[in-house]
Design a binder for this molecule. Sequence first.
Ligand SMILES: Nc1ncnc2c1ncn2[C@@H]1O[C@H](COP(=O)(O)OP(=O)(O)OP(=O)(O)O)[C@@H](O)[C@H]1O
Ligand SMILES: [Mg+2]
Length: 365
Amino acid sequence: MGFKMGIVGMPNVGKSTLFNALTRTAAAQAANFPFCTIEPNVGEVAVPDARLDKLAEIAKSKSIIPTRMTFVDIAGLVKGASKGEGLGNQFLANIRETDAIAHVLRCFEDGDVTHVDGRVDPVADAETIETELMLADLESIEKRLQNLVRKVKGGDKDAVQQVRLLEQAKAALEDGKPARVVEVDDEDRKAWKMLQLLTTKPVLYVCNVGEAEAAEGNAHSAKVAEMAAAQGNSHVIISAQIEEEISQLDDDEAQMFLEEMGLDEAGLDRLIKAGYELLNLETYFTVGPKEARAWTIRQGTTAPKAAGVIHGDFEKGFIRAETIAYDDFVTLGGEQAAKEAGKMRAEGKGYIVKDGDVLHFLFNT
Ligand SMILES: Nc1ncnc2c1ncn2[C@@H]1O[C@H](COP(=O)(O)OP(=O)(O)OP(=O)(O)O)[C@@H](O)[C@H]1O
Ligand SMILES: [Mg+2]
């Protein structure tokens, strides 16, 4: 599967700089001119997790394989994008394909870096982008409703459900709200997601502040924090420029640099973790002498589905999952000790995997 975060925002706010820092590459061209990025840049990023290192240390695993998340650096959006302004609406499709949005907001003051609207105002920028996404959703809803008329007349149940959900989304949007405010019942959840509306995607605001402000933020990021809280969304404060510099250092150097800057943790780590939370993701582990590895699942995933993340055959032939909770594994000092202490459980098909579980799957081939 793999989960995808789209990096979205106005032109020239630091999206590609952030993407390069995340992927530790210079894959995306980042430069001081608007619409620098046209084609999306896609990269995989390791999800930092100190528990994995701990497990590997205990099991003396030869290799450590973190789980990964995909980031997509998308072209800048401007007012009127939904109507074809700027680079137009072609890349709204790039946003459609993501699971969540990291919305980068320019919070740094730097007279040399152009702002397309000639001022630094992240709250106004956030509204501009949200409005474009809302307009794009309204337009696609209208089209879809028209296309569904015939099917509904023919009594197509799925079409009836889609129309009902589209009407709900439309009502919210016409009320000036993103479609994510609509409360959806469990039985509608899948169909709702299939609509792929842009404003149903969860959002995380990334306040891109100046170099000296990475620890505390600034007046701009404070305003974003207020806006995010009012919406029930989260935000992280990052200096994309610093993160890019840190990403080029080795681990020890990076640690020293962070300390000098008064930061406990790289901003990128906070961002990736926040993205993980935003998507309701959890991690389970497989641990042995060969490798310690982390795997990503959605909260509430059953053991066979979790096994399926490793391989489809594991899911099909699933028998049971030998399960040790992370804390038991660590406090008791490994698999054997946990087993002897009676802390290894045999869990069946109905088991809901918990964050941090150390699993060993038994399956038929
Ligand atoms: N925190 C920051 N402080 C100062 N300058 C920054 C910061 N973050 C990015 N920049 C600068 O802003 C400029 C634009 O950055 P970048 O190319 O990453 O923007 P972008 O959002 O990808 O733009 P586009 O939408 O045009 O692709 C670059 O010159 C970059 O060095
Ligand atoms: Mg760019």
